[in-house]
Write a protein that binds this ligand. Sequence first.
Ligand SMILES: [Zn+2]
Length: 250
Amino acid sequence: MLAAISIAVLCGCLKPAKPSAKGVNSAAVAATGESHTKAENCKMAYCNEQYRQSPINLEPTDSLSRHALVFQYVPSHEIIENLGHTVKLHYKQGNRLSFDGIDYDLVQFHFHTPSEHRLQGTPFPMELHLVHQSTDSAYLVVGVLFVEGRENEVLSRFIRDIPRAEGGRKTSKNVVDLNSALPKNKRFYLYAGSLTTPPFTEGVRWIVFKEPTECAAAQINAFREIEGFNARALQALNQRIVEVVESPQK
Ligand SMILES: [Zn+2]
């Protein structure tokens, strides 16, 4: 049975014209992101320092924290949805992670092109969001940043099954093992933020891995062609503390 929680609002209210998949380089992405930042900040008026919004720029810290993070993902078939502004996969119940002793069920995952979070000011061509919820409806989202490199095995398991038509849903033919999508080095940034699409609900626990994962340029282009630019502008850190967490698996 599929998780009944519908969180389509998590992604993609912002749907500007889709850029060409070809010829998009990091400088162009950065430039587009900057203009988007200014426009959206004005529109959304989230400049007030009381807000704890996402995404943010992530900076290294001198100290490392420790938290218990254990992934309990099992390989399975997914239902893939082409929402036009994003590609979303619905995950079956029974896949979860445990964070500081609290279980969170994985309800769906989706992609942003380019990344929403930045590391030391640097955007990445793509970001995966693994959206979890606890039994008391608290959100925990895991962000995985992608860099261009070798073909990514996990993406190649379902990328050809993405419905071409907007609104299309299809069950992937292959088993998808999300454990392989996670970087080997599990050091991560931890902070309190929000959903990155309306209603921008706060109280979301964010875990963003420091080490990016590789995927082929053609794979990034496949998502970009469907999604276009679907990254929310950077938000102010305000009074928040971002932790850098070490050795979360032990
Ligand atoms: Zn997202």
